[in-house]
Design a protein around this ligand. Sequence first.
Ligand SMILES: [Zn+2]
Length: 553
Amino acid sequence: MTQLTLVQGLALAGDAVPSVRVMMPDEPGAITRRAVEILSRQIGQRCGAKVVSSGEAAGLVEVGIEAGIGTEGYRIVDGPGGAVRIVGNDERGLLYGVGRFLRSSRYDRGGFTPGAWRGTSVPRCPMRGIYLATHFNNYYEAASPEELERYVEDLSLWGFNLLMLAYPHWQYAGYNDAAARKMTEHLRRIMRVAKQVGMRVSVGDALNGGFTSTPQEMRCTPVPDPLGRHGNFGVNLCPSKPAARAQLLKNWEQLLDQFADPGLDCVTYWPYDEGGCGCPDCWPWGARGYLSLSRAVSALVRQQSPHVNVILSTWTFDTPPAGEWEALSAALEQDKSWADYIQADAHEDFPRFPLERGVPGGLPLINFPEISMWGQNPWGGYGANPLPGRLQRLWDQTQRKLSGGTPYSEGIYEDINKAICSQFYWDPERPAIETVREYAAFEYSPAVADDVVKVVEVFETNHRREQIGPSAQEAFERVKGIEARLAPQAREAWRWRIVYLRALIDCELLRTRGKLEGEPLQAAFRELTAIYHAEHAHSMPIRPPQIGGAGSK
Ligand SMILES: [Zn+2]
């Protein structure tokens, strides 16, 4: 039996091994068992090494739990006989330790080289969430359950411990609508997987959102929206009308019932985009109608599901100023029993009010960074859209005052942005670009990580489609050089294809001066469409561009 040679330090060391034995503690919990399954499968899939739970193997990994490290933290140390020990403070911590170990390891044709990172790591923000939008037949609606399951697992390895979903009432006539029942089952399935990997789950919608069957007389007055930021495509009810208010409370009660299995940890109320009522009794919405209805819905939540936390979103509050933040602050000053978290963010800069005047009610503050849609249309239509510079700038604005957040995701093309946000929540001081390097080392190869960072920086420079410069040509050359150094599994994985295709597309658009024409672009857009399962998505803004010609659909 070949013993592992492990060297302390950040650099990868030791020889690749063809087989690994993974040892579990006695009586492992469900998350521990899942963590070991994920560890074993990832090693096997990434390099073909054989992973066993008993018997002889060239490498040994032991996992275990030891309280005292810090909530959801982990420690990775050398064990006896050349083993690597991954120890979680708790089951979640163990899973995140497995993630760190996998990311610091290496996968080549020769086998698996265990990561040499040793140390202790404990997350700073407790609410490390991700918001997966399930609508427009986007990836999260169209991908197979198995694929979504794997994706949620992958996210958990980065330390995400909260999954936020929205129920799109406005797409259906009622909860018993066949399509609505299908959506409920779909969301339940994603929630179950999330819980298996230690995530808490939240569901929500526009606080006053309703079904398409809502009678006209219950409907809202559109909100004043001079800046076009509040969204307006759904069915919203006016809670100042008694019948509409009763209907809304009934809908919320049923929404809680719909997800009693697998069980909710949080609910989220959204004021806008969708949402709001501009009638004289509700407006300003965030200062009046929204507050009044939130209190009523919270009373119902507290009674029906006392353990469920209420996340009160303030998305696009005071855009433009209408006294909404001020009124929320005054209301929570009087009584904050009806909310547990304040969620804040904006399309552009982070809102000033909670930073300068304090978070209303002194509640924990979580953000909602937009990682999918900014600056490109269709969203993800050109491949990977990494934005480390932008995300770092917006993160720095929050002055380390957050308890976490839930980035808004429309698809998988911003996988790198998700990783960046996960690490802001884990360690607020960690630069975004370092996470890009760690991501690249894990998903592609440690040998190409620095080159990938350079490519990502060029992608961000050329993010706006009308600003693609000559650097696109250099980036594509670099990408071709990286590809030649990748193991087959990494080269064929979608996480590499979306980077490769982005480089190719930018280079082509530079050549065609922005015209969507030619076979290379056509083939690239077709491949992206398949990766996103966007064949039946709303043509815009989810589906990559379609180019006319023999090969187009
Ligand atoms: Zn109203």
